[in-house]
Design a protein around this ligand. Structure first.
Ligand code: ADP
Ligand code: ASP
Ligand code: MG
Length: 448
């Protein structure tokens, strides 16, 4: 491996239009990025999911309409480039690949996880093809190489959310040279048999971090549609403000508990190689943004508030467990076996209540398995709100301030005490925005 690498990732909105792509290309050149990881153009992954679903249900009119719209959108962007012959041919090949996959799914009325990942990979492959073209046109003196991320991001075969093979990725990264600029895809990889896999929704940040780790990059840049990581989602609270500097632990905690700006797994690879991470807006590149590092100057007790939507509460009850042992162990073994992560837990002697993502309820095997050890009550439409900080317990009158802020909200469950870095509670989704505004006022604006 030669030289030092700067890995820059651009999200869906940064790829959304020709202007956005051009702006992103100029950022790459100004920052001297040499590995550029891109997402699908905004809305494309959602559209591919709908297309695959319609095809598997035999709804040909619906999928044809969506396929037409997807192709038209990409073709219109491609037509805006000059000298696009090779890239245009590449795009037509992707369209053919999509048609073939969808026709097969439609004929079989079956959508396997393997086929699903392959279809989803087309979003990133199309955007990166176009972005390489733009970057090359902006820097004719440089060698801009289209890199198929599936040759580098090697994973297991857990389709839908594959786990990366760090050692294999490092080996593949060693073949890249820093004198070139590589444009590659976020979100996608391949297993040992060459099947296409994906890292899970929002996984392009994670891909970029894996490239950065494998290359021992000097910096990882995440370019998105907001000017850095804010004290809470700016879409939920107008008073949210950008945090100039965050520790790895704080950023990781925020991502785990719902700050969509970073995929939850992004920070771990950066930590393993001590790579500083920058988050900034590709629409406003000169704003200071957020730096995520090991050590930071300012370590407030409460740093940020996050929201994780689409939460369901499962309560598993077994009266026979009164004065018996092992109930908790059995419940968590079952979640582990089905690879389901549980976020928030409360227990009594005969019942365990856990929060899970709502998609978990579709896992029929898990539900059947849980039903064998107790009765299950399901409640839906919750949001998990978290206060994230460095030492929440050092905040004077913490409990009082929390209860006052959420006074008029009906809180279904809360968890404080397991960690000094976060406090979680579960409320109905429709009151979440209001609640976040009040918490922000008390804990963030009140600190100024
Ligand atoms: P990209 O397509 O660039 O990956 P995402 O939509 O995945 O972008 O993430 C950016 C979005 O994350 C922002 O538009 C913002 O609404 C949301 N977000 C959630 N929490 C935060 C936060 N604490 N700070 C900044 N943005 C946040
Ligand atoms: N395109 C993928 C998604 O929408 C990955 C990403 O954007 O990070 O989930
Ligand atoms: Mg994202």
């Amino acid at each position: 491996m030669n030289g030092s690498f700067i890995v820059s990732k651009f999200g869906g909105t940064s790829m959304g239009t020709l202007e956005a792509m051009e702006r992103s290309a100029l950022i790459c050149l100004e920052r001297e990025s040499n590995v550029v990881v891109v997402s699908a153009t905004s809305g494309t992954t959602d559209q591919l999911i709908r297309i695959a679903k319609h095809a598997s249900l035999g709804e040909n009119q619906n999928y044809e309409k969506e396929v037409f719209a997807l192709k038209e959108r990409h073709q219109a962007m491609m037509n805006e480039f000059q000298n696009n012959r090779d890239a245009n041919q590449g795009l037509q090949n992707y369209f053919t690949e999509l048609d073939l996959l969808i026709q097969n799914i439609f004929l079989l009325k079956e959508l396997t996880p393997k086929a699903h990942d392959h279809i989803l990979s087309l979003g990133e492959r199309m955007s990166s093809l176009m972005f390489r073209e733009i970057l090359q046109q902006k820097a004719p003196q440089k060698k801009v190489i289209f890199l198929d991320a599936r040759t580098v991001i090697k994973t297991d075969s857990h389709f839908g959310k594959a786990a990366p093979d760090i050692n294999e990725i490092a080996l593949q990264c060693a073949t890249l040279g820093s004198e070139n600029i590589y444009v590659t895809q976020g979100f996608i990889g391949s297993d040992s048999e060459g099947n296409t896999t994906i890292l899970g929704r929002g996984g392009s940040d994670y891909s970029a971090a894996l490239f950065a780790e494998g290359l021992k990059a000097s910096v990882l840049e995440i370019w998105t549609d907001v000017a850095g990581i804010a004290t809470t989602d700016p879409r939920l609270c107008a008073k949210a403000r950008i945090i100039p500097e965050l520790s790895y632990a704080e950023a990781s905690e925020m991502a785990q508990y719902g700050a969509k700006i970073l995929h939850p797994a992004t920070i771990a690879p950066a930590v393993r190689q001590s790579i500083p991470v920058f988050v900034g807006s590709s629409f406003d590149q000169h704003k200071p943004g957020t730096w995520i590092r090991n050590q930071v100057q300012d370590r407030p007790a409460v740093r940020a508030i996050t929201k994780r939507s689409h939460q369901s509460l499962l309560t598993i009850t077994n009266p026979d467990m009164l004065n018996a042992y092992g109930f908790m162990g059995t419940v968590f073994d079952i979640f582990g076996e089905h690879r389901i992560s549980v976020d928030c837990v409360t227990t009594s002697e005969i019942a365990i209540a856990v929060t899970v993502d709502h998609t978990t309820l579709e896992n029929k095997d898990l539900m059947t398995h849980l039903n064998q050890i107790g009765s299950i009550q399901v409640e839906t439409d919750f949001a998990l709100i978290s206060l994230i900080g460095n030492d929440l317990f050092s905040r004077e009158s913490l409990a009082k301030a929390i209860f006052t802020s959420v006074e008029s909200t009906s809180v279904r469950m809360m968890s404080l005490g397991a960690s000094p870095y976060n406090f979680n509670f579960l409320i109905k989704e429709n009151v979440a925005k209001d609640c976040i505004e009040r918490l922000h006022q008390t804990f963030i604006e009140g600190q100024l």
